[in-house]
Design a protein around this ligand. Structure first.
Ligand SMILES: [Zn+2]
Length: 176
């Protein structure tokens, strides 16, 4: 589903179309980024969500050597499905000019926080392009984990640790 970023009609359409899956709200218009929730993950409805998203993007941009200019005009869509369609295959996240990513890891379950998702990986594509993952930083990411450590995660019943795994973010070099 493609949604226009700023159209009131698109926002209304999102609310109508997504009501069946419990989400459909646009946040974080600041910094030129729009966010569409097609997710029921508790973290996406926590009061600190916008700030956590902003700071996670900020850490990722610093890691990849980018700036908010690279995010300007992009839409981030968070989905409940464990995979998103991506260039003819399935992935945990996808960059095609906009970014879609799952909030539910196929083995770990629902991520407790946005930091743990593949968002920081997809921001790498927004900054670098590099669809074949040739930059060695795709297999590092420890600096990102260190920057994002110690934050709060959310469950249906309360809070938990926002544990991140670099294995979620890493990608073997030289493969799409
Ligand atoms: Zn990738």
């Amino acid at each position: 589903m493609q949604l226009a970023r700023t159209s009131a009609f698109a926002a209304l359409g999102a609310l109508v179309m997504l009501s069946a899956c419990g989400g459909g709200a646009t946040h974080l218009q600041a910094n030129g980024v729009s966010v569409v929730l097609e997710s029921s993950a508790p973290f996406a409805y926590a009061p600190d969500f916008d700030e956590r998203l902003r700071s996670t993007i900020d850490v990722a941009l610093q890691y990849w050597g980018g700036s908010w200019d690279e995010m300007n005009g992009r839409t981030l869509t968070l989905v409940d499905d464990s995979f998103v369609a991506c260039h003819g295959t399935e992935a945990l996240g996808c960059f095609d000019g906009n970014i879609r990513f799952t909030t539910r890891d196929p083995s770990l379950g629902t991520f407790p926080c946005v930091e743990a998702t593949v968002l920081v990986h997809e921001i790498g594509h927004a900054v670098l392009g590099d669809p074949n993952h040739t930059d060695p930083r795709w297999m590092e990411m420890d600096a990102v984990a260190a920057e994002l450590a110690g934050r709060t995660g959310y469950t249906d019943s309360g809070t938990t640790a926002c544990t991140t795994y670099v294995s979620v973010w890493r990608h073997p070099l030289g493969s799409p």
